[in-house]
Design a protein around this ligand. Structure first.
Ligand SMILES: Cc1cc2nc3c(=O)[nH]c(=O)nc-3n(C[C@H](O)[C@H](O)[C@H](O)COP(=O)(O)OP(=O)(O)OC[C@H]3O[C@@H](n4cnc5c(N)ncnc54)[C@H](O)[C@@H]3O)c2cc1C
Length: 426
């Protein structure tokens, strides 16, 4: 059996490895436009500072590891077209154009940066970060930049702002409404903002109107204000890259992603899709959902790989949403729904706030009508991932918050700590 996979991000790479595990005999080939080995995108902003990105490689998906698993990879190769009836795709790569046949096809083409359509968006000095090559480009021009505007304050926008700030650049953070609006409740956004450095120039409630400059970026217009800056980084999210799927006549959903079922099958026979290019169904409401998160892409890839290789195993954790990062010395963990995303799904929710001064932590817990925990957020100085996992465990077990409160009383935790360190207390 010939399995072709378009894309070498977490979705495509995980699909290839899973397909190999479930089918020792199949011929598996990954096709990618990129030429670099698979790497951690969360670390991509590090490439701004360190041109040597070898530490960011993902060993299990390296060229050598794939070769050991007898998975072929065609790099620098663009899939230009295809036909699901004759089961073939056209490629254009270092050896020119050719046609490849498949028995099963997995589309993992990721997302394309969603840049607002404003004047000046193509000026030199305007950047997006989608690949390591994008980040390296910024790194090469870094010495000529004193002031940089970062538009968008999701995880990757904040992470990039932190990196530039640590390099003593004057950083402007442009935020349409508030920090991480979709993921965080408003008091949590305020808490996070209070922990950001004072010399970060935060422009709340502002959207870019145009980028200005004669030959390259000289400034960014925000309504009545104009910021003087040498570069503008749009970290404004991604939209599903469905170009190839559309050429193959595969159904695209109302959110603009490829429609897939629970096994990641698309509307075409023996064609699967995973990762940032798809829209899936929310497990609570069945409504369509875009989840452009690397861990989700990898789990969806594993599911598609297994089914494409002839397996039947169904995984229940594909839609698990757990995002954690430590930015500006602050742990940020986001799990499941916020009240904003619940609202988008027409789910009634309530938010409960908790504070734990021993961990300098503030938490928001989101419950549905019946008291079931459907999400949570943590902003803390430390232990954020641990608290996040406690919330995740309760979300996944469908816990009722009253029956399984998040934090045990502090004296109980202190006793547990003392006993584990010094032995039983009588
Ligand atoms: C700066 C940054 C930080 C991030 N931080 C996090 C984080 O902390 N945690 C997290 O979970 N997620 C994070 N993400 C998101 C995560 O990286 C993505 O969700 C994930 O990479 C999506 O995986 P994917 O396999 O769907 O697509 P991608 O990783 O985008 O890969 C798409 C692949 O498709 C290939 N391709 C596309 N079209 C074609 C074509 N026509 N022909 C051939 N090849 C094609 C590309 O070459 C590429 O190999 C971050 C993203 C960025 C940009």
């Amino acid at each position: 059996m010939k399995i072709l996979i378009i894309g070498y991000g977490p979705g495509g790479a995980a699909a290839a490895v899973a397909a190999r595990m479930f089918n020792a005999k199949s011929e598996i080939t990954i096709i990618t436009e990129e030429t670099l080995e698979s790497h951690k995108k969360p670390g991509a902003s590090m490439a701004i500072e360190f041109p040597d990105t070898s530490d960011l490689g993902i060993e299990d998906w390296s060229f050598a590891a794939l070769s050991k698993k007898r998975i072929s990879i065609m790099t620098g190769t663009h899939v230009t077209d295809g036909d699901t009836k004759s089961r073939q795709i056209q490629i254009n790569g270092p050896k020119g154009t050719s046609t490849l046949k498949y028995d099963r096809l997995i589309i993992a083409t990721g997302g394309a940066p969603a840049v607002p359509d404003i004047q000046g968006k193509t000026l030199p000095g305007v950047f997006t970060i989608q690949t390591m090559a994008d980040t390296s480009k910024i790194g090469q021009q870094l010495s000529g930049m004193n002031s940089v505007a970062v538009v968008g304050a999701g995880f990757s926008g904040l992470e990039t702002a932190e990196r530039l700030h640590s390099l003593d650049k004057s950083v402007h953070l442009i935020i349409r409404s508030r920090l991480m609006r979709k993921q965080l409740e408003e008091p949590m956004s305020v808490e996070l903002q209070s922990r950001l450095p004072d010399d970060l120039n935060i422009h709340l409630g502002k959207s870019p109107a145009s980028v200005i400059g004669k030959k390259r970026v000289e400034g960014l217009v925000l309504g009545d204000d104009t910021i003087t800056c040498d570069a503008v980084l749009f970290m404004t999210g991604v939209r599903p890259n469905t170009e190839i799927a559309e050429k193959l006549g595969i159904s695209i959903g109302q959110l603009g992603g490829i429609v897939v079922d629970a096994t990641m099958k698309t509307s075409a026979n023996d064609v699967f899709a995973v990762g940032d290019c798809v829209e899936m169904k929310d497990s609570l409401t069945g409504k369509p959902l875009l989840l452009p998160i690397g861990s989700v892409a990898a789990r969806a890839g594993r599911q598609a790989g297994v089914i494409a290789a002839g397996g039947t195993k169904l995984y229940s954790d594909i839609l698990r949403r757990f995002q954690y990062d430590r930015i500006f010395d602050t742990d940020i963990a986001v799990i499941g729904h916020s009240s904003t995303t619940a609202n988008q799904m027409a789910l009634t929710s309530r938010v409960h706030y908790l504070e734990d001064s021993t961990e300098f932590a503030k938490m928001a817990l989101i419950t549905s009508d019946d008291g079931r925990l459907i999400g949570g957020q943590v902003i803390s100085s430390r232990m954020g991932a641990r608290l996040g996992y406690e919330i995740l465990e309760r979300v996944e077990s469908g816990a009722i918050l009253d029956e399984k409160p998040l934090l045990r009383p502090r004296h109980e935790r202190l006793r547990e700590y003392l006993e584990s360190t010094f032995g039983p207390i009588r």
